[in-house]
Design a protein around this ligand. Structure first.
Ligand code: XIL
Length: 366
């Protein structure tokens, strides 16, 4: 979005300096969901309901910006079940009801992952039990929400070159106890439990054009070819995009766009599912930090959105006050991290304007 457009949005007649324009914009910034919708894209964020209790302003911000949401915690296995065979859907149901009431689509997240497993699953899982446990879980959870979700992240982070396997798959408990076809079984079971949901493989580091990322891309395309040849119902790929500012030179480059093209050729819808930017290696100065972060948002999203198969952008939080990065990748100097488009007071940062510009520059989807 250029300055003139912001002037239009804000209803001020004269062109103002960028800084003062930003100051005025604090009261009424163009909602990212509307900029996205103009291109028939979706924009959203993850959300944990507790944030709304902590900050009513955050609730307002969320409602103004998002038309799609991912539960940050509520649908993970260890959030849903504390004992074998028992599920408590109350928080996840509340999340889905809130989204339905506000016409926000829900990305179910996530059915089969090596992380966020309840203690009882870790204790019980074995080559004898794993397949039944996985299928029962999918049946219970995808069945419970059937017809209510836009999509499901059926498998999460199933690739890991670090596992040193020729197929690039992660040596997760599911792979070790069920075998390589656990992925196929998971997709088939989810399709049976919720035939309406778009079924997604959500994955990290595919967006990074270095040796590790390249290995993941090759493994992903080869897995995808096998799944599609066997008629497995897989409809989309999620690129988490937890980006690092010190990797800016290997993000959003030509080889990334080639990879997106390979996914598109295979009929995949593509989603940027957990976007944020770690500022660990950036200077103390907030202006310099915010500029570097905004530049990377712009570069990465401009490249991503050029590919028409990319249908939505979901950030992993909206404001710097509610971000997993503060625990996961804190700054060594102890300063608050600034990975998201809005600051801790829900005011737009340069990253917001960069996202807005990338959405404005995106081709309209057919
Ligand atoms: C993270 C949440 O943000 C944290 O609050 C939680 O403690 C751990 O999980 N990949 C994913 C997300 O698919 O579910 C993770 O979310 C971040 C990495």
């Amino acid at each position: 979005m250029n300055r003139r457009d912001f002037v239009k949005v804000l209803g001020v007649s004269a062109m103002a300096g960028w800084a003062s324009l930003e100051a005025r914009a604090q009261a009424a910034v163009a909602p990212l969901k509307e900029l996205a919708d103009q291109k028939r894209l979706m924009f959203g964020s993850c959300l944990a309901l507790k944030y709304f209790n902590q900050s009513p302003a955050y609730k307002e911000l969320f409602l103004s910006q998002c038309d799609i949401a991912t539960p940050e915690l509520h649908m993970k296995w260890d959030s849903l079940s504390h004992q074998a065979g028992e599920y408590d859907f109350s928080n996840a149901d509340q999340f889905v009801a809130f989204c339905a009431a506000n016409r926000i689509k829900v990305r179910g997240h996530t059915l089969v992952w090596h992380d966020s497993l309840p203690a009882w699953v870790k204790q019980k899982i074995s080559p004898e039990t794993a397949k039944t446990m996985m299928l029962d879980h999918i049946h219970a959870v995808a069945g419970h929400f059937a017809g209510k979700l836009y999509s499901w992240d059926v498998v999460n982070e199933a690739l890991d070159p670090g596992s040193q396997r020729p197929d690039g798959l992660r040596a997760s408990p599911w792979l070790q106890d069920i075998g390589v076809d656990y992925i196929e079984q998971a997709f088939r079971a989810t399709a049976a439990a919720d035939p309406k949901a778009l079924l997604v493989w959500n994955e990290n580091y595919l967006e990074v054009s270095n040796g590790f990322g390249d290995a993941k891309r090759k493994a992903m395309l080869s897995q995808l070819d096998g799944l599609l040849a066997r008629g497995v119902p897989i409809h989309g790929i999620g690129l988490e995009a937890h980006l690092r500012s010190d990797q800016a030179n290997v993000l959003g480059d030509a080889s990334y766009e080639v990879f997106l093209g390979e996914l598109a050729k295979r009929g995949m819808k593509i989603f940027i599912t957990e976007l944020d930017i770690q500022d660990t290696s950036l200077p103390v100065d907030v202006g310099a930090r915010d500029k570097a972060i905004a530049d990377l948002y712009r570069k990465f999203l401009t490249a991503s959105l050029r590919q028409p198969a990319v249908r939505g952008v979901i950030t992993w939080g909206l404001s710097d006050s509610f971000t997993w990065i503060s625990g996961y990748r804190p700054r060594k100097d102890g300063l608050p991290v600034r990975p998201l488009p809005f600051d801790a007071n829900c005011q737009p940062k340069p990253a917001y304007y960069a996202i807005a510009e990338a959405l404005e520059a995106a081709p309209r989807r057919a």
